[in-house]
Design a protein around this ligand. Sequence first.
Ligand code: FMN
Length: 400
Amino acid sequence: MREGRLKGRRVALAVSGGIAAYKAIECLRLLTEADAQVRVLMTPEATRFVTPLTFEALSGHPVAADWLAATAGGETHIKLAEWAEVIGVVPATANTIAKLALGIADEIVSGTVLASRAPLLIAPAMNDLMFTHPQTQDHLAALQSRHAVIVEPASGRLASGKVGVGRLAAPERIVAVLEAVLVQRRNLDGVRVVVSAGGTREAVDPVRYVGNFSSGKMGRALAEVAAARGAAVTLVTTVASNPEGIDEVAVGSAKEMLAALERASVGADVLVMAAAVADYAPDTIAPSKLRRTDKPLDLHLRPNVDILKSLGRRPGLFRVGFAAETEDLRSQAQQKLAAKDLDMVVANQVGVDGQGLASDYNAVTIVGSSGVVAEVPRLPKWEVAGRIWDAIDACRNRGS
Ligand SMILES: Cc1cc2nc3c(=O)[nH]c(=O)nc-3n(C[C@H](O)[C@H](O)[C@H](O)COP(=O)(O)O)c2cc1C
């Protein structure tokens, strides 16, 4: 789980009464695991779906639910409103969304939100017809215009058994957006980002390929962090994972990746090339499966398409390349920056146990046109992705 940024931060987790209320338990678990301080408040309806006891046990604090009872459980709505640095309504029912949009305060969740000026996150979950109803959409638009951050629900199987939009976003995504809101990093709103990920696969015959050990994890983390910070993200990857809230394009070879990136980068603001593109590809692809024999097999490889060079510089597109190096990170990165005419290069050391290709950790040196921008020590790829986006932001805003 992400470390650092949520530690000690004060999060009010407001649960309203829908089927997805049980998923708020997972959000609470992720938040407490990241060392956030969490107070849970529940609408009276929510307590009928999930018992407050579970939230109390996991948060280590009483749940505020019945604000009219003498012993209301947790803090009063005014105290909670003052205490919270961010309020996340998870899940947000159509009813609660309507109340928040209109300023109705008839139980502790809506009362606390109205009494607070903390940033507000809303994660709707409901039947697809309720979600797409113009009334619900109007209420969400009204809340958004007042700077509430909406974590769009996913499409999928709903509680009714139907397939449609309205499923609560994954708890990991909700917590990622909460973190971005909390540390004021919703700064990619309206920015169009394209990320490439994974190792390309260059066919030898219909069943075999030449590839590399890239897992696509760094690229996926970059895509997820950008989405959590508000960007519209396209992930072009050889390791498809169907991430929520991200437009994913699955590809195999470098040629396919180039074609997909050419399409995706039209109108984009930032292109991050985290994919490990094979430098060489088989000269010819055998039309049918090569048979095993007792003789050695010679594969003739030719230099592969150079994606960054082929894509070229485009007006308004900030281009970031990755360099996997075994030594001399800084100078290799600087050389690549110049050779490929990039705005930034992220160099990562490979060949070190426990980081880089296929690992969940990475350590990188970030080089921009004015020199080294940041040295990021070994951290989970999620955290490294955050540092890379911080660096991209700083350089784009400086206009370098
Ligand atoms: C079994 C059941 C499941 C429900 N699931 C949802 C849901 O997923 N989303 C929603 O918006 N409302 C759902 N509702 C309706 C809400 O529970 C109802 O609007 C309630 O008044 C919400 O109260 P609250 O917003 O104060 O928590 C459901 C109702 C029932 C009986």
